[in-house]
Design a protein around this ligand. Structure first.
Ligand code: HEC
Ligand code: HEC
Length: 327
């Protein structure tokens, strides 16, 4: 009899502990990628440019098409490789004519970028459609001129047909429409993970190790900056002067020295880390964050525990087939 009581007590204890952790995560504003499509659409769809299947397919072709660059060699996928968690795996992005990014900036992932409030490391763009115009024209990225690009894409018969099917007969292909359409495809690049199921109430989905790591992540106050659906995406202060690798690249954030907090989704796959791609180990990135952002000395075990949790943010990648491009 006693044994049964003990067992019941243990089970209740575990359930209560899980509930406390879930509540703690919700209080810290950690939000799920909704599992229901209609809830997800509420977060990502916009009435001025609604998502349709035709736009997604066309946007995907544009995302993969190197002819959007001056050299005909570089596509969005060159630096945001969708098979490589949306990054390029090099410290600093390499674009037109093998030029490195002049500020030594690392390519952030495009997966889940729809959930960011600010785009780019200095947050200078509020929106994916606006953002996409940057790389298309940046001389060290795809180096196209807006009018030339619109003309070039219009001259490809297959594209004109697809734009007509998507937006109506005799659609004029403009630079803006190209950017808008790419942005629609990017909105579909979301990667729900075990952690989202946990936040929606499936307590058993996370291992004890991952739950412990989540406690540490919240208790050490990483969540004061890494929160919301993306666990990032807002502008926060970055303690550049204490940063071990401050001498790599030239970077000051925006006018108020604020920096976009990167998403932590799929972080185990998007090395190297930080705006200048200076750190290759996730453990080291976590220790550096605690030291410079929180003035905390955390132990190697605590860092490892946080990393255990961060791995639960590795999401299911959408199944993307490489498109045949129009002629
Ligand atoms: C040469 C490499 C390169 C190419 C090509 C490129 N990007 Fe990027 N992308 C970057 C870098 C580097 C940044 C960060 C730049 C900055 O902050 O100033 C970035 C930032 C972004 C962001 C912001 C994400 C965030 O977390 O802030 C998005 C979205 C994005 N790119 C989408 C695209 C799209 C769409 C294309 C194609 C039209 C494209 N990129 C082409 C390297 C590239
Ligand atoms: C005060 C705000 C703030 C706090 C607190 C904070 N971070 Fe960050 N985090 C940032 C900013 C800003 C960056 C981008 C810095 C850069 O790129 O140079 C960043 C970058 C990162 C990166 C690298 C992401 C990438 O894609 O390159 C990781 C990993 C990370 N943080 C984890 C953590 C962990 C774990 C904690 C808690 C120990 C934490 N952060 C606490 C603001 C914060």
């Amino acid at each position: 009899m006693k044994k049964i009581f003990l067992l019941i007590a243990i089970v209740i204890n575990l359930l209560v502990a899980d509930n406390i952790l879930l509540e703690k995560a919700q209080k810290a504003n950690l939000l799920p990628i909704p599992s229901s499509t209609s809830e997800l659409l509420k977060l990502i769809d916009e009435p001025q440019n609604p998502i349709t299947d035709a736009k997604i397919e066309l946007g995907k072709k544009l995302f993969f098409d190197p002819r959007l660059s001056k050299s005909n060699l570089i596509s969005c996928n060159t630096c945001h490789n969708l098979g490589l968690a949306g990054v390029d795996g090099v410290s600093t992005a390499i674009g037109d004519n093998w030029q490195a990014n002049p500020q030594h900036l690392n390519s952030p992932t495009v997966y889940n970028s729809v959930f960011l409030t600010f785009q780019f490391w200095d947050g200078r763009s509020p929106h994916l459609a606006d953002q996409a115009k940057g790389p298309l024209t940046a001389p060290f990225e795809m180096a196209s001129k807006p009018e030339d690009l619109a003309k070039k894409i219009s001259s490809i018969k297959g594209y004109q047909e697809l734009f007509d099917q998507t937006y109506g007969q005799n659609t004029q292909i403009t630079f803006e429409l190209i950017a808008d359409t790419i942005a629609i495809f990017e909105k579909t690049l979301v990667t729900p993970s075990k952690f989202d199921k946990f936040l929606e109430g499936d307590m058993d989905i996370l291992s004890e190790k991952e739950k412990k790591g989540l406690h540490t992540f919240i208790d050490k106050r990483c969540v004061s900056c890494h929160n919301g659906v993306a666990l990032g995406g807002m502008m926060k202060y970055f303690v550049m002067k204490n940063f071990t690798y401050k001498d790599i690249g030239s970077f000051s954030g925006n006018d108020n020295f604020l920096v976009k907090v990167p998403t932590l989704r799929n972080i185990s796959k998007t090395a190297p880390y930080f705006h200048n791609g200076s750190v290759w180990s996730l453990n080291e990135a976590v220790l550096e964050m605690a030291r410079i952002q929180l003035k905390l000395k955390i132990t190697d075990e605590e860092a490892q525990s946080i990393v255990d949790f961060l791995k639960s943010l590795d999401g299911d990648m959408p199944n993307i087939t490489y498109p045949t491009l129009p002629y």
